[in-house]
Write a protein of this length. Structure first.
Length: 456
């Protein structure tokens, strides 16, 4: 790979001049409470967010900007900006739905109001993923009318719910979204100022396990000791998913793989994860091994009586929702069955155990060669002035596999503004405006240079 991509100062200056507008537009987007959850959230703000996108991209000169109701009821936004007839096409992906506030009383500023403090911009969706929409808008504006590639946008409306609307939409509309390079802008740098491409995603295999033992709750004084406690049985089953060091120990799943790329320093991880002083980082491998290369089982929730209001009773029924992250090289459906088999074998006292299979999604490996990859690496290197990190992510984006299956010749790259300090999905989500600025320069440089590389 030859580094002949340049980021001229005029492009940097144009992006810098656009940052006040980027902040204004991000504030407008954050104000839309676009949590897509038909079971508990009114859809009006999701619709208003879609209308905002339709208007904004139309004003930018995109044609055929429209919304599409997908299989799960959410709305996807698409549009096309024509370049030269023989130019390659770049697909810019984002999602416009957000996570619910989650612990709204733990936020230090209003959830739905972009608030600046300590040099960062706070608000739900400020990073995930509306900050990446701000990057797209700033990059396109910085280039003005001088865009030598065809550009298609696709904005997903239910990514955070994982209900598969876009995964169903893409194969049914292959020509609408066909591209030579696909930029999945729902990721981020290894750290602020450390340009990074995510080349590996763990897959997902979720289940709900239910344990039943009695026909009804029974008085713990009269029956406790001999009556089988469903909650105690469930606790024993869940405890079997990890060993004493914290390694995930699902029978039949390899938990010894190592990550070949960048190291994730323990102290950096402690800070990123918010681990309390004195509490251990778990697992017997390096941090990168544990979060990028190995399976990880997490108990997402338990149905049982809360402490407040609980009574002296042996519980007849308890259930838990378990999330299993599946590394590349491991089949998600096979892993899901292994988790079910493991918990079945771990169930004590012949309790009744049943399972509900939830979402499963294959792990993903992204592009690491080709003209698009080379152009992106050089654009990042010249913008940030340092080498690019190739990293993994513990999270899952099932749509990446759909893109790969639908467009097998396309180069797929994951990037964005969601570095660890953003605290995506958590209270006090924020974005570093410097990352928006630099990633806009990266994207603008890529769009300007990619056609030249692809033509070689």
């Amino acid at each position: 790979m030859t580094d002949d991509t340049t980021t001229d100062e005029s492009l940097r200056e144009r992006v810098r001049e656009l940052m006040p507008q980027a902040k204004t537009e991000l504030a407008e987007m954050v104000a839309f409470e676009s949590v897509y959850d038909p079971t508990g959230t009114p859809p009006e703000d999701c619709d208003r967010m879609v209308d905002w996108l339709l208007g904004t991209f139309t004003e930018l000169g995109f044609g055929d900007v429209e919304s599409h109701v997908t299989a799960d009821g959410s709305k996807a936004v698409t549009g096309h900006l024509a370049g030269p007839d023989d130019a390659p096409t770049v697909l810019l992906y984002f999602h416009h739905d957000v996570q619910p506030p989650l612990g709204a009383d733990e936020w230090d500023s209003p959830v739905w109001e972009l608030t600046e403090r300590n040099g960062r911009w706070y608000g739900r969706g400020a990073a995930d993923c509306k900050g990446n929409i701000a990057v797209h808008l700033a990059a396109l504006r910085a280039l003005g009318g001088d865009i030598p590639v065809n550009i298609t946008i696709v904005g997903e409306g239910s990514e955070e719910q994982g209900t598969g609307g876009m995964e169903d939409f893409v194969p049914k509309h292959p020509d609408l979204l066909r591209a030579d390079a696909i930029l999945v802008c729902d990721s981020g740098n290894f750290a602020i100022g450390r340009p990074s491409l995510t080349t590996s995603l763990r897959g997902i295999a979720n289940i709900v396990v239910t344990v039943e033992t009695l026909s009804s709750a029974m008085h713990s004084g009269m029956f406790g000791g001999a009556a089988p406690d469903a909650l105690a049985a469930l606790i024993a089953m869940l405890a079997s998913l990890r060993d004493a060091e914290g390694n995930t120990t699902v029978t039949g799943l390899d938990a010894s793989a190592t990550w070949p790329g960048v190291d994730y320093p323990v102290e950096a991880f402690r800070t990123d994860a918010g681990i309390l002083d004195g509490v251990d980082v778990i697992g017997s491998g390096a941090v990168a091994d544990m979060v990028w290369a190995r399976p990880a089982a997490t108990v997402l929730g338990i149905d049982c009586p809360p402490v407040v209001g609980s009574s002296a009773a042996v519980q007849p029924k308890a259930r838990a929702r378990i999330n299993l992250r599946v590394p590349p090289g491991m089949d998600a459906k096979v892993a899901q069955q292994a988790l079910i088999d493991h918990l079945t074998a771990a169930a004590p006292w012949n309790v009744r155990v049943s399972f509900e299979r939830e979402a499963d999604g294959a792990p993903f490996r992204g592009t690491t060669s080709g003209p698009g990859f080379d152009t992106m690496v050089d654009a990042m290197t010249t913008t940030y002035g340092t080498d690019v990190v190739l990293m993994g992510q513990g999270g899952s984006i099932p749509l990446c596999n759909v893109f790969a299956e639908t467009y097998p010749e396309a180069e797929i790259m994951l990037l964005g503004v969601e570095e660890p300090s953003c605290l995506i999905h958590a209270p006090n989500e924020s974005v570093d405006p410097g990352e928006i600025e630099n990633m806009a320069i990266v994207e603008a440089t890529f769009l300007r240079e990619y056609a030249r590389r692809a033509a070689r």
